[in-house]
Design a protein around this ligand. Structure first.
Ligand code: ADP
Ligand code: MG
Length: 273
């Protein structure tokens, strides 16, 4: 049996937020501990289709853990998460939840792209094969079709001429753009970015943020953990400030970045701005 549900979760499950597109991501009352340390202390977050949510917060506040629960890389202790109307990692049976089998979890995960701080490319594969691997192995796409799609994606991230290169031959910014193309190859409903520019030299940050901005303008639903306040201001529909396992404050970029209501948000912003 799965984790306990928050009160009323069943009735609310398929309701949409007031006045707008349905929630692509719906996080309700999520708690997660590692041993005695409660890392997520009741997270509620909705992101609508086509929206970009930027998550800010100090190191250790639970940002990565939140992203990982959305992909079921971490299991929640209580609460629940759905993406595009489907519960993540669980199946409902009456009023109980049962965890999906590994195969079903992997299949679900293919609909959610994840871009990591350290790129996580396969070092022994060319750029093209890094992108082609998952569509061929996970989605059973014919290789020829996957290659054609990968070439289009490489052009989109400005790397059409690097298909035959190996990751080590690329700059960090180029590697991260390949990682984004690889995530897009699965045609995900949702893209999660965990500090996608934190490992980059400052002069390479812009080229990666530009690719993410393009995706935003094309209506990709994204949750982006980043300390790039300028990016948040320009691209975010909603800015979420987390501290100590809680969402302390959430609103438009102007509300959270220019008129923060909480001392902890102010203190954080004064450090990163
Ligand atoms: P952030 O991404 O905001 O820096 P994290 O979600 O990575 O925060 O981590 C939040 C807290 O949870 C930290 O104190 C971290 O040490 C702890 N933590 C994260 N993952 C694990 C794990 N697998 N086991 C134990 N503690 C963990
Ligand atoms: Mg983190």
């Amino acid at each position: 049996a799965g984790p306990p549900l928050p009160d009323g979760a069943t009735a609310r499950e398929h309701r949409t937020p007031a006045g707008g597109a349905p929630a692509m991501v719906d996080v309700r009352s999520v708690h997660k501990s590692f041993g005695a340390h409660e890392v997520l202390r009741g997270i509620d977050l909705r992101v609508r289709a086509g929206e970009v949510a930027v998550v800010l917060g100090p190191s250790g506040s639970g940002k990565s853990t939140l992203l990982r629960t959305i992909n079921h890389l971490e299991k929640v202790d209580s609460g629940r998460i759905s993406v595009d109307g489907a519960l993540v990692g669980y199946r409902r049976c009456g009023d109980r939840l049962y965890e999906l089998r590994e195969r079903e979890i992997l299949k679900q995960r293919t609909r959610i792209g994840f871009v990591f701080q350290n790129f996580h490319l396969f070092p022994h594969l060319t750029v093209l094969d890094n992108i082609v691997e998952a569509p061929v192995s996970a989605l059973k796409r014919p290789r020829r079709q996957a290659v054609a799609a990968a070439e289009r994606l490489l052009a989109r991230v400005g790397l059409a001429d690097r298909a035959a290169s190996y990751p080590r031959q690329l700059s960090g910014g180029q590697q991260q753009r390949v990682a984004i193309a690889r995530a897009l190859a699965l045609e995900p409903k949702l893209l999660l970015f965990d500090e996608p520019t934190s490992a980059l030299d400052p002069e390479l940050v812009g080229e990666v943020l530009d690719v993410i901005k393009d995706l935003a303008h094309q209506g990709t639903t994204m949750i982006v953990v980043t300390h790039e306040i300028g990016f948040a201001r320009e691209v975010a529909d909603t800015v979420v400030f987390m501290d100590d396992g809680r969402i302390v404050e959430q609103g438009s970029p102007a509300e959270v970045l220019d008129r923060p209501r909480h001392d902890r948000t102010r203190a954080f912003l004064s450090k990163v701005l």
